[in-house]
Design a binder for this molecule. Structure first.
Ligand code: GBH
Length: 474
């Protein structure tokens, strides 16, 4: 029988969530609307008109949720702080009742031996800051740094792992480019400004955190870096790949890790913007030493030059929008990667995760890597006996964890893995229709039931090893 794949003893086995997707309680304890509250109330933006008003009521059920994680055997938990819960107008003094929720949550995690990782920004900008211009405005980056200091000061004594931003690509290009995410704007120039100000927020936020926290704490960012592949090695296809790699990856990791935007990005986007919003000193402010890098991975991106695309192929990355999230890249075509897909329509390709990890272990030498999100949506339904069997998710996790293990063998310094997601939750523009959870949520009662994948993953966490065969769970 083949040996199980054993991971390093200190490897963190976690699950991830975000505030708006799980908390609910949107009007409690002084919280004000974020751009997602507003977006959900804009007709036609979110499937079924769903909102995060109640979500999975984690705000009131966090004790049970932490107990469930401990019962499963998880050793780490990544969650995000809701900015408008802590600083309702996006400026000024903190609301202690808002911070108290996170203090209680962190204490509960620590009491159960679960290591918390805090994401400061997982897409829920206070609406007042959007009204003042949002991420395309430079001021938002300064506001973020102030907010980072508030949270760092409140939780820095008990949380060691910090993540400034979750997936700034989504905030900039889905929020201000394609408009499928809040605030729903469709302006490529504004999206590029947003990207720069998110970078600046990351840098200023990192500096602010360092200023208020013990030096032992670790600061990172979570990027949804794309594994970009082409349909051929024709020069125009390779050029399409280079441009999408710039817009997906280099636009963020360039300034953050190397202190510079990719040289060709300016020419690539010249017809959209002249980049005059980049001020002297910005790149230095963004390029702060980091302790770790978080990578979120779901599926690779397959491109060609539009001229090389078969008839009928088009950018499938646009969601329901007619606007592309890729500024000045109308002559790039996006293709479906061959293979089985999840319920999101995303092709299952663990080789992409290996490729991503190896790329960033070279791009960011010396930085610890964490997989801060990976997982799959399936159409889960309870059996008549109430159990939820999700063998497809176990297979997905098995494949991707094997890829992580292979990367470690190949020399990458991967220190932990956070499954997306702990439990079914509000899947942004898809509403509650898509289930990413290892734990099933019955939306009528909000009862939680671990799926077979949760038991399987808990066993992995407890043994520190992935079984050689993917069968398991209950
Ligand atoms: C993550 O986003 C989020 O961090 C998390 O909150 C969310 O619930 C989870 O994943 C599942 O969606 O088709 O052109 O947009 C992942 C978002 C989805 C962004 C795939 C990039 C492909 C490119 N990513 N998407 S495009």
């Amino acid at each position: 029988m083949p040996e199980p794949l054993t991971f390093p003893p200190a490897f963190l086995w976690g699950a991830a969530t975000s505030a708006y997707q799980i908390e609910g309680a949107v009007r409690e304890d002084g919280r004000t609307p974020s751009i997602w509250d507003t977006f959900c109330r804009t007709p036609g933006k979110v499937n079924g008109g769903d909102t995060g008003d109640i979500a999975v009521d984690h705000y009131h059920r966090y004790r049970d949720d932490v107990a469930l994680m401990a019962d499963l055997g998880l050793t780490a938990y990544r969650f995000s702080v809701s900015w408008p819960r802590v600083q309702p107008t996006g400026r000024g003094p903190a609301v202690q009742r808002g911070l108290d929720f996170y203090r209680r949550l962190v204490d509960e995690l620590l009491a159960h031996g679960i290591k918390p990782a805090v994401t400061l920004y997982h897409w829920d900008l206070p609406q007042e800051l959007e009204d003042a211009g949002g991420w395309p405005e430079r001021e938002t980056a300064y506001r973020f740094a102030e907010y980072a200091a508030i949270v760092g000061e409140a939780l820095g004594d008990r949380v060691e792992q910090w993540i400034t931003l979750n997936e700034p690509w989504c905030s900039a290009f889905l929020g201000y480019g394609s408009g499928v995410h809040a605030p729903g704007r469709t302006d490529p120039a504004a999206a590029l400004r947003a990207a720069h100000h998110l970078n600046l927020a990351h840098g200023l936020g990192t500096t602010a955190l360092r200023g208020v926290m013990p030096a032992r704490n670790s600061v990172a960012v979570s990027l949804n870096s794309s594994v970009v592949r082409t349909v051929s090695d024709a020069p125009e296809d390779l050029d399409a790949k280079r441009r999408i790699d710039n817009l997906a990856n280099g636009i963020f990791h360039g300034p953050m890790l190397h202190g510079a935007y990719p040289e060709t990005l300016f020419a690539d986007t010249a017809r959209v913007t002249d980049w005059s919003f980049v001020q002297q000193g910005d790149l230095g402010a963004i390029h702060q030493p980091l302790d770790a890098l978080g990578l979120n991975y779901y599926t690779p991106t397959l491109v060609s030059a539009a001229e090389n695309a078969p008839a009928g192929a088009r950018a499938d990355g646009h969601g329901e929008s007619n606007h592309s999230p890729w500024p000045a890249a109308d002559d790039v075509a996006f293709h479906q990667t061959p293979g089985d897909r999840t319920e999101m329509g995303w092709t299952i390709d663990p080789t992409g995760l290996h490729e991503l990890i190896m790329r960033y272990s070279h791009e960011a030498p010396g930085l610890a890597l964490y997989i801060t999100e990976n997982g799959a949506a399936y159409d889960d339904k309870p059996d008549p006996d109430g159990r939820v069997h999700d063998p497809e998710r176990i297979a997905y996790l098995h494949g991707h964890l094997s890829a992580v293990r292979q990367s470690i063998t190949d020399g990458a310094d991967v220190r932990g893995y956070y499954l997306w997601s702990l439990m079914d939750n509000f899947e942004w523009a898809y509403g509650y229709e898509k289930r990413f959870g290892a734990v099933y949520v019955d939306y009528a009662t909000l009862a939680r039931t671990p799926k077979s994948s949760a038991r399987w993953y808990g066993e992995v966490a407890r043994t520190g090893a992935v079984p050689s065969a993917e069968t398991g769970g209950e």
